[in-house]
Design a protein around this ligand. Sequence first.
Ligand code: C2E
Ligand code: CA
Ligand code: CA
Ligand code: CA
Length: 279
Amino acid sequence: AKAHARGSIGLFAPEMDMQIRDRRALHQDLSNAIRNGELSLYYQPQAASKRQIGEGDIVGFEALARWRHPTRGFVPPGEFIPLAEESGLIVEIGEWILREACREAASWPKPLQIAVNLSPAQFLNTDLVATVHQVLVETGLQPGRLELEITEGVLIDDFDRGLALLRRLKTLGVRVSMDDFGSGYSSLTYLQAFPFDKIKIDRAFIMHLGRNVQSAAIVRAVIGLGHGLGVSLVAEGVETQEQLDFLVDEGCDAVQGYLIGMPAPIDQYPVLVGLAPSP
Ligand code: C2E
Ligand code: CA
Ligand code: CA
Ligand code: CA
């Protein structure tokens, strides 16, 4: 494949060639990122829904990976996670993220939830159940406090394997959320077949609340659907009071978004996690 790529180099536009070289360099750098201490986690709060949200309403955090590249600065997770997936680095990086998030959460004074994103390759291609079990034992985190977020796309490729994995994960006592609900297709089939504890309504629907009657109808219906199935609902990307009020009125269980709190290093939430507030 390499010889072919070299032979056909004239076919690429110069920018295209640059992109490929760029990716190769970035991949090389990513393979050293853990060792160099360039990866970290930001934490974004999730709160029980009500009109006025205070610190006491926060029920947990979602861990969001950050890579600070030595010369490029922050590379968005939307870029480096897919890169890690293609190269297989996701196994090591994903395990680092899981361990770091659980270790952090185990140190908090209140039993808040900690949500960790699982990428498709991580979900399907590694001995995930053994890893999760090992990390729980190692960190002493109560399994019920760990929530694993997966997107429905993960389940499309191999339904049976996905279902078996989800069931085994649940026997560990952890919770499983369907992330980005509504952004893909076949959602209803997956909801029926897979034992999710939580549905996260995709930001795309929340974003248009108040501007678009279709979004309001969809969000309302998804909340009803989730509750009918005994699953709790979280709205993602809540940015305005108007959106929050709608979600409260519709009985959405929890909310997450810039209105409630930004993703940030954990010391930005000192009281909740038992750190002395910075002066
Ligand atoms: P996601 O899991 O859907 O995470 C939510 C994304 O929405 C985060 O972007 C978050 O910063 C952003 N967000 C939260 N509230 C708001 C809001 O009110 N408005 C807007 N406009 N955005 C909001 P981020 O951190 O850039 O992550 C992007 C995606 O990268 C994540 O989407 C997830 O798919 C992936 N990702 C991030 N961290 C990890 C990780 O540790 N492991 C894996 N496998 N994927 C990760
Ligand atoms: Ca997520
Ligand atoms: Ca999401
Ligand atoms: Ca997303």
